[in-house]
Design a protein around this ligand. Structure first.
Ligand SMILES: [Zn+2]
Length: 178
């Protein structure tokens, strides 16, 4: 089995000025999953301050065509202006593509608390034959059982699948590996 290594999750910059921009940007929540901020879900890729003082933030959309991206971009710009940055620039980059591997452990924990099963496994398997998801057991966020079945490939949004727990009988959303 060929192991593909996807680029690592982004981390808070060490440079103090850049780290401040990062901290302001990550006050923005994901509109679809408001318990997660954009760093926890892996949308926030980088933050820096240019020589002319422009606060620059780089974001990567999650699932392609995610309609929330315009809102996220506007929210980041707004947050930076509120924090006192006069020149702001939010850049959207599509490569490397976002993956659920970038979701932080804290993000996964919050997702489960919110009632959505976090992505299991890694997106980075079998790249030669195109993206292939490694299927692992999906754990019920309510009772913790792994006796769960997929009801529908698409749940309330395209990034989620609808599952039902065989133990507690409750349906729940599963955030698919991507
Ligand atoms: Zn259950």
């Amino acid at each position: 089995m060929q192991q593909h290594t996807s680029p690592p999750a982004a981390t808070r910059p060490e440079d103090r000025a850049a780290a401040r921009v990062w901290d302001v940007a990550r006050t923005v929540k994901d509109p679809e999953i408001p318990v997660l901020d954009i760093a926890e879900i892996g949308i926030l890729r980088d933050a820096l301050v240019a020589e002319d003082g422009t606060a620059q933030v780089i974001i990567t959309p999650t699932y392609s065509g995610c309609p929330a991206m315009d809102a996220i971009r506007a929210d980041v710009e707004h947050a930076l202006r509120e924090a006192g940055y006069e020149r702001v620039e939010v850049t959207l980059t599509l490569t490397p593509a976002w993956t659920t591997d970038w979701m932080t452990q804290e993000g996964r924990r919050k997702l489960e608390e919110y009632g959505i099963a976090p992505p299991t496994g890694s997106s980075a398997m079998g790249m030669r034959r195109g993206p292939k998801r490694l299927a692992l057991a999906v754990r019920c966020p309510r009772c913790g059982s792994i006796e769960t079945n997929e009801l529908s490939r698409f749940g309330s949004t395209s990034c989620k699948a609808l599952y039902r727990c065989a133990s507690c009988r409750e349906p729940f959303d599963y955030f698919k590996v991507h």
